[in-house]
Write a protein that binds this ligand. Structure first.
Ligand code: F6R
Length: 244
């Protein structure tokens, strides 16, 4: 529990920096799982600062994003591909070929193959070393809405009404928010070697408490992190309020 998101983001970024530099010395890659939304923004800002002011290179970093809205191309202003370019990728030296984000534009009959290839690519890169996560009001990680099983893999899912309401402002109206997304599954996420869930502010407190202290349940996909040997929550005092 940190006094604020900036302090937490700085500490996590320092850990990621150490990992990137250690692997670079060995001539090896680091595989990072990336999240979108407001939560990781302070962390991405700090990584950009480390690149610009302290010379941290991302040449040996490979990334896999958790999810993408189904139906949106990378050129759509609300796509997660656009978000990642704006919030981090355009500001660091990561090779474009190292960036992986599910495509929101695959045709329905190609979705299954696309998702399977995403899984295979993660494994071919040696698995995710560090997965960044946020938590939604439905308790989702990635877009694993209530009902997602512990073993679920990358797939197309239907977004919960609550999730679509939370995205309504970005899309200028709930009616404009896509109904579907492609997301890594809970099982995909749990294969990550180290998982970090970040949450800031009072409105995350209830879900953080349920995820950390409640039963492991498909009703709250973040609760499955309890069964992972190396999962940590980085939260601020607001998000910690409901913990006992
Ligand atoms: C984003 C993602 C989601 C968000 C969650 C919280 O890639 O997979 O699980 O992390 O919806 O969103 P924010 O950070 O906007 O509160």
């Amino acid at each position: 529990i940190f006094p604020n998101s900036a302090t937490a983001a700085k500490e996590l970024a320092a850990e990621v920096r150490a990992l990137i530099e250690e692997r670079a010395k060995q001539g090896k890659n680091v595989v990072l799982g990336m999240a979108t939304g407001s939560t990781p923004v302070p962390f991405y800002r700090e990584l950009i600062r480390l690149h610009k002011e302290e010379g941290l290179s991302f040449k040996n970093v490979v990334t896999f994003n958790l999810d993408e809205y189904y139906g949106l191309g990378a050129d759509h202003p609300e796509s997660y591909a656009r978000f990642m370019a704006d919030q981090i990728f355009d500001h660091i030296d990561i090779p474009k070929a190292n960036i992986n984000i599910p495509s929101g534009k695959v045709s329905s009959d190609q979705v299954f193959a696309h998702c399977r290839e995403y899984e295979e690519k993660i494994d071919a890169m040696g698995g995710i070393d560090l997965q960044i996560l946020g938590i939604g009001r439905t308790g989702h990680i990635g877009f694993n809405e209530p009902g997602s099983s512990r073993d679920s893999l990358t797939r197309r899912i239907t977004l919960d009404r609550v999730t679509r309401q939370d995205a309504a402002a970005d899309f200028r109206g709930e009616e404009n928010v896509p109904h579907f997304a492609i997301t890594m599954g809970v099982g995909t996420i749990l294969r990550g070697k180290k998982l970090v869930l970040m949450a800031w502010g009072d409105n995350k407190a209830e879900m953080v408490a349920k995820a950390v202290e409640g039963p492991m349940t498909e009703a709250i996909s973040a609760s499955f992190l309890q069964g992972h040997p190396n999962a940590r929550f980085y939260i601020d005092t607001g998000a910690s309020r409901e913990l006992t």
